[in-house]
Design a protein around this ligand. Structure first.
Ligand SMILES: Cc1cc2nc3c(=O)[nH]c(=O)nc-3n(C[C@H](O)[C@H](O)[C@H](O)COP(=O)(O)OP(=O)(O)OC[C@H]3O[C@@H](n4cnc5c(N)ncnc54)[C@H](O)[C@@H]3O)c2cc1C
Length: 384
C-alpha cells in the first residue's frame, strides 16, 4: 500500500507546532538577529514542547519519536524562526550519535539535558584547512593515561558561542585518513577550550565560530564509539541532519510564499491586484511546485530511515536542492513584496540570509552530488 498522508499523531503535532511557531516565534524572529541575541528561553520552551528530545530515547527523557515527526518539527519551526530549527536538527544529530555510540554514563549525563533544553551540544568537525575533505583534519587526540590530550582548531562551528559542549572529531591515528578519526564529548568549560564567534551574514543568533583546543585533557570515557572509528560510525547521522536541513529551509520558504500570496492579493498596481498578473502568479506557482517536490522527497527519506532502509542518496538530494530551491523562492518573494521587504522590518530578507548558510553547512551542493554520484556510478569514479 502506498500512503502519502501523515497519521493522526503527526497531524496534531504539526497543527500544534504551526500555531506555536506563527504566534510565539515569528513575531520575535527578526529581533534576535538585530540584537545579536540567542533566545535561550525559547530553546527551553521547545524542550517543554518535546521538540529538543524527539530523537532522544524515552528512558533518557526524550520522546523517541520517529524521523518523520522530527521532519515536521523542522518544517514548522522553520516557518516561525529559522534559527530555532537548530533545536530540531542539531539536537537530532547529536542525540542520535550519543544514544547510539556513547557509554551509558555519557548518555545519562547529556541526553536528558539536551531533551529539556538545559544544555546545547554542538558538533565540531570543520577546520581551517579541511571542510569538504573531512579526512584532512589535523586536530589530534593523544591517549595519555586516563585521558586524551586534544590539540587543534575547529572553524565554522554552529553554536560555538552558546554551546555547553561539543562533539569534537580529532585524529587518534594521524596516518590512516578518515579511519583514524575519533569523536569525543568536550565540555566547553574544560581548561584549554576557547570559543570565538564570527560576524555572520545569517544564522546570527546561533553564534557560529571557531574553537581552539590547547592541551585539553578530555577524560577517556568521553570518547564516543570506538577509537579510530568515530567518523565512520557517526556518518549515518548526517543522512538525518541533511533531510531535516532541507525541511527547515522549505518551511521558511513556504512561510514566505504564504506571506507573499497575502501581499499580492491586497496590493494593487495598474488598477488591479498584483495577483491578477501572470508575471506575478506564475513565479509563485513555479517555486511552490519545486518546493512541494523536494518536500516530499525529504519526507520519503525520513520514512525510509524510520523503516531502516537505505536513504543516503535521498538525503543528499534534499540537502543539495532543499536550501537552493528555498533561497531562490525566498528571493523571488522578496522581489514580489517590493521595496519594503528589503528592510529589516520584514522577515523575508533575514530568511534569505539564514537559508543561504545551509547551502554550505553540513556539506555543500558539490559534496552531496559526490555522494549521489558514488551511489549511482560507483565509488571508483568519485571525484576526490
Ligand atoms: C551556516 C553554517 C553552519 C555550519 N555549521 C558547522 C558545524 O556545526 N560544524 C562543523 O563542523 N562545520 C560547520 N560548518 C562548516 C561547513 O560544514 C563547511 O563550511 C563545509 O563543509 C565546506 O567546507 P569549507 O567551507 O572548508 O569549503 P571547502 O571544502 O574549501 O570548499 C570550497 C568550495 O569548493 C567546493 N569543492 C570542494 N571539493 C570539491 C570537489 N571535489 N569537487 C567539486 N567541488 C568541490 C565546495 O563545494 C565549495 O563550494 C558550517 C558552515 C556554515 C556556513
Amino acid at each position: 500500500m502506498l500512503n502519502f498522508s501523515f497519521n493522526q499523531e503527526q497531524e496534531s503535532f504539526q497543527a500544534m507546532l504551526r500555531d506555536f511557531s506563527l504566534h510565539e516565534l515569528l513575531p520575535q524572529y527578526t529581533k534576535w538577529d538585530r540584537e545579536h541575541k540567542h533566545p535561550r528561553h525559547l530553546w527551553k520552551r521547545l524542550g517543554e514542547l518535546g521538540v529538543n528530545g524527539l530523537r532522544v530515547p524515552e528512558e533518557y527523557g526524550g520522546s523517541g519519536a520517529d524521523c518523520v515527526i522530527a521532519g515536521i518539527a523542522a518544517e514548522e519551526i522553520g516557518r516561525g524562526d529559522f534559527n530555532l530549527t537548530y533545536a530540531v536538527m542539531l539536537n537530532a544529530l547529536v542525540s542520535e550519535i550519543i544514544a547510539n555510540h556513547a557509554t551509558g554514563r555519557l548518555k545519562k549525563t547529556w541526553l536528558p539535558q539536551i531533551a529539556s533544553g538545559d544544555k546545547i551540544v554542538g558538533i565540531a568537525i570543520t577546520e581551517p584547512a579541511a571542510g569538504s575533505d573531512v579526512a584532512g583534519i589535523r586536530s589530534t587526540a593523544i591517549h595519555k593515561g586516563n585521558h586524551y590530550l586534544l590539540n587543534g582548531e575547529k572553524s565554522g562551528i554552529s553554536a560555538a558561542t552558546i554551546a555547553d559542549a561539543f562533539i569534537v572529531f580529532a585524529k587518534t591515528d594521524p596516518d590512516s585518513g578518515s579511519r583514524g578519526i575519533s569523536a569525543f564529548i568536550v565540555p566547553a568549560d574544560l581548561p584549554g577550550v576557547e570559543c570565538k564567534g564570527y560576524e555572520d551574514m545569517g544564522n546570527v543568533p546561533i553564534g557560529r565560530g571557531s574553537i581552539y583546543l590547547n592541551d585539553v585533557e578530555v577524560p577517556e570515557e568521553n570518547i564516543i564509539g570506538l577509537e579510530n572509528k568515530g567518523f565512520t560510525q557517526v556518518m549515518n547521522g548526517f543522512d538525518l541532519s541533511r533531510l531535516l536541513i532541507g525541511l527547515q529551509c522549505i518551511g521558511a520558504a513556504f512561510q514566505s510564499i504564504d506571506e507573499t500570496i497575502e501581499h499580492v492579493k491586497t496590493r494593487h498596481a495598474f488598477g488591479r491586484p498584483l495577483a491578477k498578473f501572470q508575471g506575478v502568479s506564475f513565479p509563485i506557482v513555479t517555486h511552490f511546485t519545486q518546493l512541494e517536490l523536494i518536500k516530499w522527497q525529504a519526507y520519503r527519506g525520513l520514512w525510509l530511515r524510520d523503516q531502516e532502509k537505505k536513504h543516503t542518496k535521498e538525503a543528499a538530494s534534499v540537502k543539495w536542492l532543499g536550501p537552493k530551491l528555498s533561497q531562490e523562492a525566498i528571493h523571488e518573494c522578496m522581489l514580489l513584496n517590493g521595496h519594503y521587504a528589503y528592510t529589516k522590518e520584514m522577515p523575508i530578507e533575514q530568511r534569505l540570509r539564514d537559508v543561504i548558510g545551509l547551502e554550505i553547512g553540513d556539506g555543500t551542493a558539490q559534496v552531496n552530488q559526490m555522494v549521489i554520484a558514488r551511489e549511482l556510478i560507483g565509488k571508483d569514479f568519485r571525484s576526490y
